[in-house]
Ligand binder design. Sequence first.
Ligand code: BGC
Length: 437
Amino acid sequence: MATDAGNPIPRFPAGFLWGVSTSAHQIEGAAGEREPSVWDAFTAGPGRVKDGSTAEVACDHYHRYREDVALLAGLGVDAYRFSISWPRVNSPGGLDFYDRLVDELCAAGVRPVPTLFHWDLPAALDWLERDTASRFAEYVSVVAERLGDRVTKWITLNEPAEHTLLGHALGVHAPGRKLLFDALPVAHHQLLAHGLAVRALRAAGASDIGIANSHGPTWPASKESADTEAADFYDVLLNRLFAEPLILGEYPSGLGELMPGDVTADLKVISEPIDWYGVNYYAPTKVGAPQGTEIEFGGITMPAELPFSVRDVEGRPVTDFGWPIVPEGLTELLTGFRDRYGDRLPPIVITENGCSYEGIDDQDRIAYLDGHVRALHRAVEAGVDVRGYFVWSLLDNFEWAEGYARRFGLVHVDYSTLERTPKASYGWFRELLRAQR
Ligand code: BGC
């Protein structure tokens, strides 16, 4: 892949936050020391995770968090985005773990940035139920009371779009439902949970609150109206459905009418002001008219009834996961957001960006990250207010339905010994951070 490697990466604005991300279910392990989540139940079913693995041990971060914080300190990041497991907080001693982790991070000079929900819902709860949003806000209050003296930046939810689509519409993630458009209440209840959580956090005295939403440009397969209409529809689902209720206080394209009940009052809660808006960016998607048949795409079976079909982005190198590498898609996405929402768009933080590759001398990952950091800088130059960038991920980890087959880490994990080995990309990111100081 072509890069500008050799030319230094331009400087980002003063105070720009550099970090790495992980999530609880993907790294913690110690599953026996918390109540079950929907992911434990889902994983137990046959054929759900490609390599038949579970997250019971994962990276055993629960027991090795000190070593992992030392890796963060060695990397020199400003901040660490991790997630708090709601099932663990519900279990005796669970919150103590996050207390210790936050202390360790603060002592190492790394700012803790917890995500309060990254897909591991307690197994007894269900996002189809409106009440789950209120239960979430109660849990958030408990966490904020305990950690709010040291945590100064918060994320409510991770990618409610993927959790709705993959988990409830297509059934390839937990809880494994295949409801297609009947999954829309799951979107509304998560958005409501976000708004209630913002209120709960503010009531506990917290500030600097955001969300991590997944986004990417949607490219029509051709200029034919059947393709552009299908692509517009997909764009609404991926880029607008979870953004506009927060940013504009309204659902796009009349989708509010498909949500459960009268959502007018809920939209006031959902649009509770946030301090910044998190974007997880991996790749653009090419979308065309439905093809009348089931489509296999990226290991996901898309039913024929969908009003769009996802196609290959041709002529691009791909990562080991098969995802196209399109750094300028990040510039396009962010300038597009700025043009669409203007002054109403909160400052942006890239809460995830990364790629799956094998090997410890991961020059491909370096090229991917180098290209994307430069593309991000181009968005800054174009006037987008970007305040931070987090690499996904610190460690190789349990990649959901792909099991351990996909490695996104800057640090390699040997799953038989749990030994951590920094990859070439870890050294590259450390040098980038030094040069930015
Ligand atoms: C998720 C992560 C995941 C990553 C790579 C994001 O959608 O937030 O949990 O590991 O993408 O697939």
